[in-house]
Write a protein that binds this ligand. Structure first.
Ligand code: NDP
Length: 309
């Protein structure tokens, strides 16, 4: 019998095993370390993996990531034929779109400034601008950026996006590739990073990039901490090139005690809660994908292992 092995949070494993037993009894859902006969285990669902785990699964064909990204996985541990699929499910997409809308509105309405003024005991004004007077630009135009753009569109922001291959999204001015990055950046009052973390994108949020944004622009990083050069952000905020940053991701997580991000007046931190995998919806997304793979088709969210996303 074909088996899928779950590795990670025990409670989630138990809940998902019950759902599979009820809705897909033709697949045996097992929870690490109870592998059973390893020759049956064709699928693995996990957040991370160890060399010992992969060595114990000689029949492995597909690794399903619990998360929307795969950068936490050392893909070099996997034999080349093993396919890798990231999690695309409505829980992550909906919560991410809501977070990005919240962050853009907070920055647009100068919440960091008013918060700092309140802390200082001052009753200060700033002129209120319409959303239509402000541009929001997305680095990355994938699943999560598109959902976030759809959440922002009714508010009236001018919307821009940049990706490797380009995209056509109604109401969004899209730019493609390194050659159009500077033009894109020059138009972003609020820059949202939703890139995957790869060798090409690590450290992209750096001094050079900040210098190409309009003076006083702000940043939302909801992708990965590794995209950001931390000292460059602090310098850009202190010099006034950037006015504020909302960071849901950092490197490392959690940040160590005493890290300057905790107390910087222009930085708002959240503990990697922007887009959250919901057990209830994710198990059905996983099951749908297992059915697709068993039918010999391409699962939703399969990554290109050479490209890294
Ligand atoms: P997708 O894979 O759907 O989209 C990635 C986008 O980035 C694509 O538009 C792609 O371009 C673009 N891209 C990749 N590399 C480059 C590059 N070198 N230059 C320009 N563009 C590039 O990803 P998702 O939208 O689903 O997710 C994005 C990231 O969000 C995840 O990888 C993860 O790290 C993060 N995330 C964070 C969460 C949180 O709670 N903070 C929760 C979930 C995810 P192209 O279209 O041309 O391929």
């Amino acid at each position: 019998m074909t088996a899928i092995l779950h590795c990670g949070d025990e409670e989630r494993g138990r809940i998902w095993a019950d759902v599979f037993a009820r809705d897909m009894p033709e697949v045996d859902f097992r929870c690490w370390p109870d592998i059973g006969d390893a020759a049956d285990v064709r699928y693995l669902v996990a957040w991370t993996m160890t060399p010992e785990l992969i060595a114990a699964l000689p029949a492995l064909e597909v690794l399903f990531s619990i998360g929307a990204g795969v950068d936490q996985l050392d893909l070099s541990l996997l034999p080349p034929h093993v396919r890798v699929v990231r999690m695309i499910e409505p829980g992550i997409t909906t919560t991410m779109a809501q977070y990005v809308a919240m962050a853009c509105l907070a920055l647009h309405r100068d919440l960091p400034f008013f918060h700092a003024e309140q802390r200082a005991g001052r009753w200060s004004y700033r002129p209120v601008r319409l959303c239509s007077e402000r541009s929001v630009g997305f680095l990355g135009l994938g699943e999560l950026a598109r959902a976030s753009l759809a959440a922002l569109a009714p508010l009236g922001f001018r919307l821009h996006g940049w990706s490797r291959s380009g995209a056509t999204i109604p109401g969004v001015q899209c730019h493609a590739g390194a050659g159009q990055l500077d033009t894109f950046l020059a138009q972003c009052d609020i820059l949202v990073c939703l890139l995957p973390l790869t060798d090409d994108t690590r450290g992209i949020l750096c001094r050079d990039l900040f210098a190409k944004l309009p003076r006083g622009a702000s940043l939302v990083n909801v992708a990965r901490g590794g995209h950001l050069v931390q000292d460059d952000l602090i310098a850009a905020l202190d010099e006034g090139q950037l006015s504020a940053a909302m960071l849901d991701v950092t490197s490392p997580e959690p940040l160590p005690e005493g890290h300057p991000f905790y107390t910087h007046p222009a930085i708002f931190l959240t503990p990697h809660i922007a887009g959250v995998t919901r057990r209830e919806t994710a198990v059905h997304a996983l099951m749908d994908n297992v059915r697709v793979v068993m039918a010999g088709a391409r699962p939703d969210g399969e990554i290109d292992r050479d490209r890294g996303y």
